[in-house]
Design a protein around this ligand. Structure first.
Ligand SMILES: Nc1ncnc2c1ncn2[C@@H]1O[C@H](COP(=O)(O)OP(=O)(O)OP(=O)(O)O)[C@@H](O)[C@H]1O
Ligand SMILES: [Mg+2]
Length: 245
């Protein structure tokens, strides 16, 4: 049984189609990729799952529970956490403050302190930077902080939007290792990526979006050799220009 089930999800921004009829599922402890070119609708799917945009149609279930009437903040408490595109950490707060803020509203003070300790054990790279302003961290360290902050909520499903953007290859590998480690502890990961080669390496299954519609899905190792994946990217318009982080 899946932890997360999305079916027939359709989102419009006024007259602009975000996604149409998207159906996908994520199993427990699975790492699943959602792929596609710029504008394909990847972030729209994550936002609709998080409750940040309201779908025009479709079903959404977490552990079999219908979430359609559940507000965004309550979805976080139920275990759906999104690490947004561009990280969105608080640059003028310290690393510690960023983590502590993420733990607010869940459990008592002792429990939050314990969770911070667990988080630092899991993301030891952050430990020497605790007192630093988050805005002073490197891009890769900020991405790790964003993921660690998401994990402070102890989610069932962690959704990560393009974590590799603007990072050096070595740092990308470190971030991906973290995601694999997170899944190994039972939290499912839904990974949005433009970099298909990398995504296929760490995911079990993948879905490919093209211009708002799912065009391919299956085991990552099969899709890695499927020429239709390349078509989905090239068929979506001009090649995506590199973006600054
Ligand atoms: N707030 C918005 N208002 C109007 N249109 C939007 C809005 N957000 C997204 N769109 C449109 O919806 C479509 C899907 O966008 P989305 O951001 O989901 O793509 P994406 O796959 O995440 O792209 P990228 O890789 O560039 O982040 C695009 O055509 C986009 O222009
Ligand atoms: Mg996006």
């Amino acid at each position: 049984m899946n932890v997360l089930d999305v079916s027939g999800m359709t989102v419009y921004y006024g007259p602009v189609r975000g996604v149409e009829d998207v159906t996908l599922g994520v199993g427990q402890g699975e790492v699943v990729a959602l792929l596609g070119a710029n504008g394909a609708g990847k972030s729209t799917v994550l936002k609709a799952i998080s409750g940040l945009v309201k779908p025009r149609a479709g079903q959404l279930e977490l552990d079999g529970r219908d979430l359609r009437a559940v507000k965004a903040a309550a979805r976080v408490r139920l275990g759906l956490v999104q690490v947004p595109e561009g990280r969105r950490i608080f640059p003028a707060l310290t690393v510690r403050e960023n983590l502590e803020l993420a733990g607010l509203g869940t459990g008592g003070r002792a429990q939050r302190r314990e969770r911070l300790a667990t988080t630092l054990d899991r993301f030891p790279l952050l430990r020497p930077h605790l007192a630093k302003l988050a805005g002073m961290l490197s891009g890769g360290e900020q991405q790790v902080l964003a993921i660690a902050r998401g994990m402070m909520a102890e989610p069932k499903v962690l959704m990560v939007d393009e974590p590799s953007l603007g990072l050096a290859p070595q740092m990308i590998e470190a971030v991906y290792d973290l995601l694999v480690g997170i899944a190994a502890t039972g939290t499912s990961v839904l990974l949005v990526e433009q970099n298909v080669t990398l995504a296929f390496e760490i995911t079990q299954r993948a879905y490919v979006l093209q211009q708002g519609r799912l065009v391919l899905s299956g085991p990552s190792r099969e899709l890695a050799d499927d020429p239709r994946v390349v078509d989905a990217y090239l068929g979506a318009g001009p090649a995506p220009a590199p973006r600054p982080s």
